[in-house]
Design a protein around this ligand. Structure first.
Ligand code: ATR
Length: 258
């Protein structure tokens, strides 16, 4: 999607995927300081590991505790996190205004940190976090306690909280189509859905996870992870090039390649 965006705007640049072993992270980061480099995206498992190797971190990246975008400012590397902004922009596509709403988030991993930060800074009334490993949900709730009303959910509390949620977001990898995963699983038991409201899954492959299929069958509005993927990329593109990203082109190319 970035190469399509460069082509669309006539920018002579190229985006490529690099497989970086842990031990070569510092070495690869050093190459980003070169004058002709805009920057990079960072993916699992390096989102946290790059942080001490950068010159500056934005407030957002620091609070989320992960960097997904690096910008080369004249040889200085700045770490950003555009996942939170990408998630909020995706909610705008379905006209969902988080302020004052009840949100339930499934998962407490890396992606969950950006989503939790996004929802709390956007002013949700309450964010309840459920995770298979309850301790991680509790740790995440503690981490963001200063940003708003955020609580961990126990197994017992899950059903009731989901029922009353205005927004349910899955940030776990359950239902994802990838080696070692069963794409026909849902993070929730069948029938455990909000009574009304929006159900989001940050998984984008398959385009409709079991969770989204069940939510849709129950008459709920749904959104998959593709818009978030594209909008976090569009924000990174804007930071690198200082030009607005052609998001429609990026969306079309991303959807087609998936
Ligand atoms: P990411 O950075 O992509 O979010 P992660 O940090 O490994 O990846 O987090 C994955 C999330 O999916 C976690 O919340 C994980 O739950 P645990 O903390 O209990 O590991 C959740 N997850 C993964 N597989 C799961 C499964 N089969 N059932 C329930 N939750 C699962």
């Amino acid at each position: 999607m970035h190469n399509a965006a460069f082509a669309q705007l006539g920018i002579n640049a190229h985006y490529e995927a690099l497989d970086v072993p842990q031990g070569e992270l510092a070495e690869v980061l050093a190459t980003l300081r070169e004058a002709e480099v805009y920057g990079a995206n960072v993916s699992i498992p390096h989102k946290r590991a790059v942080m001490p190797l950068l010159d500056h971190l934005t407030e957002e990246a620091r609070a989320i505790g992960a960097v997904n975008t690096i910008v080369n400012h004249n040889g200085e590397l700045v770490g950003y996190n555009t996942d939170a902004a990408g998630f909020l922009q995706a909610l705008k596509d379905v006209a969902f205004e988080p302020r004052g709403q009840n949100a339930v988030m499934l998962g407490a991993g890396g992606a969950a940190r950006a989503v939790a930060y996004a929802l709390l800074t956007a002013g949700v009334k309450q964010l309840a976090i459920y995770n298979r490993t309850t301790e991680r949900a509790r740790a995440l709730a503690d981490h963001f306690a200063e940003l708003g009303e955020v609580t961990p959910l126990s197994d017992d509390g899950l059903l009731g909280a989901v029922k009353e949620a205005d927004l349910l977001v899955n940030t776990t990898s359950v239902g994802m189509e990838q080696a070692g995963h069963d794409p026909n699983l849902s993070p929730l038991l069948t029938g455990n859905l909000p009574e009304a409201g929006l159900v989001c899954d940050i998984v984008y492959r398959p385009a409709k996870t079991r969770l989204l299929r069940e939510a849709e069958a129950a008459g709920l509005r749904v959104q998959n992870g593709l818009p978030m993927l594209v909008y976090q990329g569009a924000e990174a593109f804007r930071l690198w090039t200082e030009q607005d990203a052609p998001t429609q082109v990026m969306m079309r190319v991303a959807r087609a390649s998936l």
